[in-house]
Design a protein around this ligand. Structure first.
Ligand SMILES: C[S@@+](CC[C@H](N)C(=O)[O-])C[C@H]1O[C@@H](n2cnc3c(N)ncnc32)[C@H](O)[C@@H]1O
Length: 186
């Protein structure tokens, strides 16, 4: 990680509870996952101030990939855009503003991603899953944060993806609980 990005991430960690950012451990784990599996096209649902996105887009810069992220609060999105410029990752990023379900419903028919990170409204995880499943091909990965910290709210989603034979699922005991699902077949 370059010095400017590293310093910014350390600064942002001071307000991580105000912006509901993922933990550093989770971010670092996902950065390794993106690089080691050579992900090229990532969707994030829930940008906040861009903390997780900085980790992801930095990793995607190394794989030659692209990053798309959705947020409905323009103030948070503006902060994220500014930080992405500082870290020189704005050239591979697309910021979409609006309610995630509506934004997903309005994506082109042929939209594809090879990794989707779910981290917005917990009760809507099930909807995000249903809407992004068709954008993921065999070999794609869905990741969702807060599956242990908000177990009750995300139960319907976790039960559904766990019972889906097209996905191989594991919940990792990282802070907040991280669900990882690998798409075995279309
Ligand atoms: C947990 S925070 C995301 C944290 C970010 N991924 C990180 O780790 O830096 C969730 C974000 O999702 C946004 N959000 C919540 N519900 C949403 C919705 N229905 N559509 C779009 N954004 C939403 C919130 O405004 C908030 O900024």
């Amino acid at each position: 990680m370059d010095q400017v990005t590293n310093n910014l991430l350390i600064e942002l960690e001071k307000t991580q509870h105000d912006f509901w950012n993922i933990s550093r451990e989770t971010a670092n784990f996902l950065s390794i996952l993106i690089k080691s599996t050579q992900r090229k096209n990532m969707l994030e649902i829930g940008t906040s101030n861009g903390y997780s996105g900085i980790w992801f887009a930095k990793a995607l810069k190394e794989t030659g990939g692209k990053f798309t992220t959705i947020e409905f609060y323009d103030k948070r999105q503006s902060l994220a855009k500014e930080y992405f410029k500082q870290c020189k990752i704005d050239d591979i990023a697309t910021f979409l503003q609006g309610s995630a379900v509506e934004v997903l419903e309005n994506m082109p028919e042929n939209q594809e991603f090879d990794i989707v990170f779910i981290d917005a409204n917990k009760r809507e995880y099930i909807k995000y899953f249903k809407l992004t499943d068709k954008m993921l091909k065999k070999g794609g990965i869905i990741v969702a944060d807060n599956v242990l910290s908000h177990a009750e709210k995300v139960k319907e989603f976790v039960d559904e993806i766990d019972a889906d034979e097209r996905y191989q699922v594991q919940v990792l005991n990282l802070p907040a609980g991280l669900l990882l699902a690998y798409k075995i077949s279309d």
